[in-house]
Structure formats: C-alpha cells, structure tokens
Ligand binder design. Structure first.
Ligand SMILES: Cc1cc2nc3c(=O)[nH]c(=O)nc-3n(C[C@H](O)[C@H](O)[C@H](O)COP(=O)(O)OP(=O)(O)OC[C@H]3O[C@@H](n4cnc5c(N)ncnc54)[C@H](O)[C@@H]3O)c2cc1C
Length: 231
C-alpha cells in the first residue's frame, strides 16, 4: 500500500469551527472529483496494528487543477484526539494519505444532478460542483441542497449560482425534507447523498418512498455496503 506523507501548507477557516487543511500536492498524486482518502497522523503505523484513533476517512474538497489537496473538517472545542492533534499541527508537519478512491463519480447522462448534504458533507461536493463549472456536458442542471444547523453556508461564495447550477442552504431537517420532497418530482434525476449514516438512511427512505430507483442514488459507500443502504 502506498502511503504519501505530505506537508501541511496552509489552513483556511471556512466558518465557525470549520477549516480546510491544504497539503502539498505531489506530481504523481491523482484523484477524481468526489474522492475520499484515509488521513492519518504521525504514529498511526508504529505498532503492530494501525492505531485507528489516528486515522479518519476524509473527502478531498479540492480539484487537482487547484494545485493543492484540501481536506475540510469541523473542529469543535470538544473534539477527538485526532482533531485536537490536527489543529495543533504546524506548517510543514506531515500528514499521511492513503487508499484514495471515489465511489461517486460524476455521471453525465443528460439528467439533472441533485447534491444532498448535511453539514461539512458539502466538502465532498465542492470539487464535483467545480468540475461541472469547467465541463457542463451531459449535465443540464446541478442543484445542491445543504442542511446545517450551524448556518455555515459552507463554500457559498466559492460555488456561485449560474444558469446550470443552483444551491439552497437550510438550517433545519424539516426544511430539508420539504425541499427534498419537492425535488423528487424529478423521477429521472441523479441523487448524490453525503452525510452521517443516519442522514443517508433518512434521505434514501424519502427517495425510495418517491419511487426513485436505486440506480439513480449515489452514496460514498463500497459496493458491499451499498446493498445494506439501498435495500
Ligand atoms: C467516505 C467518508 C468521507 C468522509 N469525509 C469527511 C470530510 O470530508 N470531512 C469530515 O469532517 N468528516 C468526514 N468524514 C467523517 C470523518 O471520518 C469523521 O468520522 C468525522 O469527521 C468525525 O471525526 P472525529 O471522530 O474525530 O470526531 P469529532 O469531529 O472530534 O467529534 C464528533 C462529535 O462529537 C463531539 N465530541 C467529540 N469528542 C468529545 C468530547 N470529548 N466531549 C464532548 N463532545 C465530544 C464533537 O463536538 C462532535 O460534535 C467522512 C467519513 C467517510 C466514511
């Protein structure tokens, strides 16, 4: 397994308790929009078994063309040892990335793409939205719906609306479900969902109650986990 140890180059605050950690991009490091990676801190692989408290799944919130690997996460005052350590890293200190992979490639099938996210889950959709700005072929419209009780309106200025992209930010789950139910009038749409497992289950229930076929629902899970979520 290839492990890349990459220096921290910059930290950007995106909102209250929300930060993007920018890592140096090596020439041979490639990923597709929507990909996730394993992010690990120093010491994670010194014992016989990997120390899981020093490893997290994270989406890459940038595109390769931006020249940086961005990881966006929320760090609240009460947080895990992983997040505490991350927040205390100094510029130049290294973070390990490995097993980078995308389960949710952008499908260009002439259908509207709906991006449904909770909180910082929107980070997964940032590069997907930017890629659509660069190449709109096969996607007549893209709409992002984000629910976040912290009212961060993450990336709002970076992902401006245009004739083929729109976005809505809501603060409550009830407003989210109202907006989602309206969307499901589109039986041909592709529905991408990112958030906690509970959010995935609840959103998939609404989609399936509206007779959206499972082939049109995209979630960031391995093939063997898809069956459980889309049963
Ligand atoms: C495919 C995939 C992609 C993912 N992508 C991302 C991503 O891009 N960004 C991202 O942020 N996460 C992402 N995640 C989730 C990520 O892996 C972590 O599970 C998540 O960030 C929570 O991190 P944490 O366990 O360090 O907990 P924390 O974020 O530190 O804590 C989780 C919650 O528990 C509370 N808490 C923690 N410790 C304490 C304490 N001691 N006392 C009181 N309250 C406490 C926190 O305030 C917070 O509300 C992804 C997961 C998967 C599976």
């Amino acid at each position: 397994m290839q492990i890349d140890w990459l220096p921290l180059e910059q930290v950007t605050q995106e909102g209250e308790h929300t930060y993007t950690f920018h890592l140096k991009l090596p020439d041979d490091f490639v990923w597709e929009e929507g990909a996730h990676t394993h992010m690990a801190l120093e010491g994670f692989n010194v014992g016989e078994k990997p120390n899981r408290s020093l490893i997290r799944h994270m989406s890459i919130s940038t595109l390769p063309s931006e020249g940086t690997i961005g990881i966006t996460t929320r760090i609240k005052p009460e947080c895990s040892v992983f997040k505490q350590t991350l927040q205390q890293l100094k510029m130049g200190e290294k973070i390990a990335l490995f097993k980078t992979h995308s389960n949710i490639p952008l499908r260009r099938e002439g259908r509207t793409v709906y991006l449904l996210s909770a909180g910082v889950g929107l980070a997964t959709f940032r590069p997907i939205t930017l890629q659509h700005q660069i190449d709109r072929s096969g996607i007549p419209h893209m709409h992002s719906l984000n629910v976040d009780s912290a009212r961060t309106e993450l990336f709002k200025t970076q992902l401006p609306s245009h004739e083929q992209f729109s976005s809505t930010y809501v603060e409550s789950r009830s407003a989210y479900y109202d907006a989602l139910k309206d969307m499901t009038a589109d039986k041909e749409g592709l529905y991408y969902v990112v958030g906690s497992d509970e959010f995935l289950h609840d959103t998939i229930n609404v989609l399936q109650d509206a007779n959206i076929p499972k082939a049109q629902i995209m979630i960031d899970k391995r093939q063997d986990q898809l069956d459980t979520f889309l049963a």
